[in-house]
Design a protein around this ligand. Sequence first.
Ligand code: AMP
Length: 397
Amino acid sequence: MILTINCGSSTIKYQLFSSDVNQVVAKGMVARIGEDGSYFEQEANGRLVKETRPIPSHHAAFDICIHNLLHPDYGAIKAIEAIEAVGHRAVHGADLFIESTLIDADVIAKLEECVPLAPLHNPPNLIGMREAMLLLPTVPHVAVFDTAFNQTLEPKAYIYALPYSFYEEHKIRKYGFHGTSVRYVSQRAVKVLKRPLSALKMVVFHLGNGVTVTAVSGGKAVDTTIGFATFSGVMMGTRSGDIDPGLIFHMHRQLGLSPDEIEQIVYKKSGLLGVSGLSNDMREVEAAAQAGNVRCQLALDKFAFMAKKYCGAFAAVMGGLDCLVFTAGIGENSPTMRQMICDDLQFLGVELDAEKNEKAIRGKVEAVISCGETAVLVIPTNEEKMIALDTKEIAGL
Ligand code: AMP
């Protein structure tokens, strides 16, 4: 079996897959590590357990994961040897990793090098790798990078038009995120459409709390909306998306806000929440707009407008468009937002089948929802499965 681990600063999420990666045998998480109210939960064999108890460290949290997987009543495996390989989500691999890789001391050292680029995410990822390797020292561990898929961007797409030394000396360039999700759904889209990957020009809309739109041509990322930090591109739940960078100087110099305050504003108080004044949750914003809330309607209009603009831009850089893919919480569940984004894209061959669009919700099923020349697909994302599939391949299972 293959264990996948997503280790954050206060949360560890894990899934145990059957060896063929067709089935999730157990899934669980340990949350609020080192904080008040820490707890764990696990679902396996149809049993859900949840318990609140002090969990002071990641070390203690990993012990709990393994203990739960092995538990005689509610566990999933009888012996730890059942775990044949471990796949780790790794957030930032910079330009050092263009694909998933077997973890060894050299890989760990390179990931340490990437810490300044992802100071919040890479350190807990590294803790997760070290702890899991202590607990499972004899099996292969594989790192799957969120940034790897976007490493196919050409220099003209990833370079910022700053003095070149910022790129050379400080690695400042576009990296993009959500690559594991985009890779998974674009591979699934090829299967659904039964068309050769090399011939497909796709725009993938990963619309969740975080939002990424990516141009994928012949299976390779050509451009993507998130750049160096994680707030550019389309507006998100609480992140602004593209703003004039000059605003940051204005907010600092004229409005007297500190860099920390501005960071809080663009990351935590903007996006759907900022424009609507109500919520970062698309469901609530849609419901309020439906009931006549003007600011919520504006938040929806702005969201769709920004996403649509990137669709046109990416069709232009790819020199055509064969397929749109919607995924993640909003992409999979909001017929309203899908319709708003696709409206007026007939000139790109995009036309939705209204009934199929309405039906494609919460089913966690893949669906074609278009009736025009350009295929429009809803594909539920599954980053854990992508991690498990890579792990299986790289571990040679
Ligand atoms: P994710 O980050 O992929 O979990 O996506 C979270 C986002 O999906 C939130 O903005 C949710 O409001 C949104 N979402 C989930 N279900 C629905 C739904 N039925 N309709 C509209 N938005 C939804």
